[in-house]
Design a protein around this ligand. Structure first.
Ligand SMILES: NC(=O)c1ccc[n+]([C@@H]2O[C@H](COP(=O)([O-])OP(=O)(O)OC[C@H]3O[C@@H](n4cnc5c(N)ncnc54)[C@H](OP(=O)(O)O)[C@@H]3O)[C@@H](O)[C@H]2O)c1
Length: 354
């Protein structure tokens, strides 16, 4: 059993906690919070031991009537690996604390790539030699790595150009925006997302430009990839359909955007309406000469979740990447596939264990 601790029980942390708890080879030892708010209460309701992330906040939990099992230091001493899901930049501050407890750590995409021995994506990363720490790349970088890796392997990527329409904030983030505009963010082109993809796929030429829109549901990517070979549109669609963490949305499903996608996810029983897969509009995948085009949506709260589970195995076990992905997918039910697809259901329907 891999004993896992989770530091930072927010948007990403609570989802990673649930995914870890669902793995037969992992034990979730506990989660941390700084504030005794609804997030702390729901962690306890789910049966997770709660630890104070900051020592002098422990009394606040007691005052609020929420029982803690100790502080971050106690948690670090009780686990084989800590998954840091604190806000961007806090992971860097936590790094010396993890080192002092000799606890291998996984960080998130809000941290600089230099924080860890390697950046990680289960589909795109090459071999990583005995790391002491890993950084699971951001939601957008995860979505692009999953897409570009198979295209590069099958046809060679000469150049990828991607426009990212990013959600303004997560649904619970009432202080984010914009609320009535579409804003180039960053206004400089290319954006930092392309170089981040190169932390996973160093040899793939990719330029990105990014905007922020007043939506909370998902990011939307408009993708153009110039390939070295010239597959047919059908061949490109079949290549992408075969990937477990890519969901091809069939035209006749009537799913026209993030709202319908989230509705679909909730209706098929996904926890929190989460979409762990990239969601690609099948009819948008088209090849003109060597240029491939498509639209995909990425659920920013969810796509990095299975990647964190695989990063845990990559960090502290000898389990192969393929075996880890298969275990993760089976335990939580990754591998969405519509019965309305023209090709029928390409994969066995996976049912979540819990
Ligand atoms: N949200 C996304 O769309 C998304 C997608 C992919 C990657 N990421 C990355 O994932 C990381 C976490 O993002 P998030 O959106 O999950 O953030 P979040 O919702 O703000 O959650 C962060 C959590 O960390 C806790 N925290 C704050 N300060 C802490 C500290 N000093 N020590 C320990 N815990 C602390 C907070 O607890 P309290 O509430 O108790 O203070 C909160 O539960 C970031 O690197 C982000 O860039 C985010």
């Amino acid at each position: 059993m891999i004993r896992v601790g989770l530091n930072g029980y927010g948007t990403i942390g609570k989802r990673v906690a649930d995914a870890v708890a669902a793995q037969p080879d992992m034990e979730l030892v506990g989660v941390t919070k700084t504030s005794p708010d609804y997030g702390a209460e729901t962690a306890l309701r789910r049966g997770y031991d709660l630890y104070a992330a900051i020592d002098d906040r422990a009394a606040a939990f007691e005052d609020a009537g929420l029982e803690t099992a100790g502080t971050l230091g106690n948690l670090l001493d009780a686990v084989d690996v800590i998954v840091d899901c604190t806000p961007a930049g806090i992971g860097e501050r936590n790094q010396p604390i993890y080192a002092a407890h000799d606890t291998p750590a996984i960080y998130q995409g809000g941290e600089d790539a230099a924080i860890a021995d390697a950046s990680f994506n289960a589909r795109g990363s090459g071999a990583i030699d005995d790391p002491d720490s890993l950084r699971v790349v951001s939601c957008n970088t995860t979505g692009l790595s999953r897409l570009l890796a198979p295209l590069d392997e099958a046809y060679g990527v000469e150049k990828a150009r991607v426009t990212l329409v990013r959600r303004g904030g997560d649904p619970s983030e009432t202080d984010r925006g914009p609320i009535n505009d579409v804003v180039p963010d960053p206004a400089t082109v290319p954006s930092h997302h392309g170089p981040d993809v190169n932390t996973i796929l160093p040899d793939v030429a990719v330029d990105t430009a990014a905007l922020k829109a007043p939506v909370t549901g998902m990011h939307t990517h408009s993708v153009n990839v110039t390939l070295e070979q010239e597959p047919t549109t059908v061949e490109a669609r079949e290549l992408l359909r075969a990937e477990d963490r890519l969901f091809l949305i069939p035209e006749r499903a009537g799913i026209d955007g993030a709202g319908a996608l989230k509705d679909y996810a909730a209706d098929v029983g996904r926890p929190r309406g989460d979409l762990w897969e990239n969601c690609i509009w099948e009819e948008s995948i088209s090849v003109e000469g060597r240029d491939l085009y498509l639209f995909q949506n990425v659920h920013q709260e969810a796509d990095v979740v299975p990647e964190n589970v695989d990063a845990i195995r990559a960090l502290v076990t000898d389990v192969t990447r393929e075996e880890s992905v298969a275990r993760t997918n089976e335990a939580i039910g990754v591998g969405l596939d519509s019965l309305l697809s023209d090709a029928g259901s390409a994969r066995d329907q996976i049912v979540a264990d819990d």
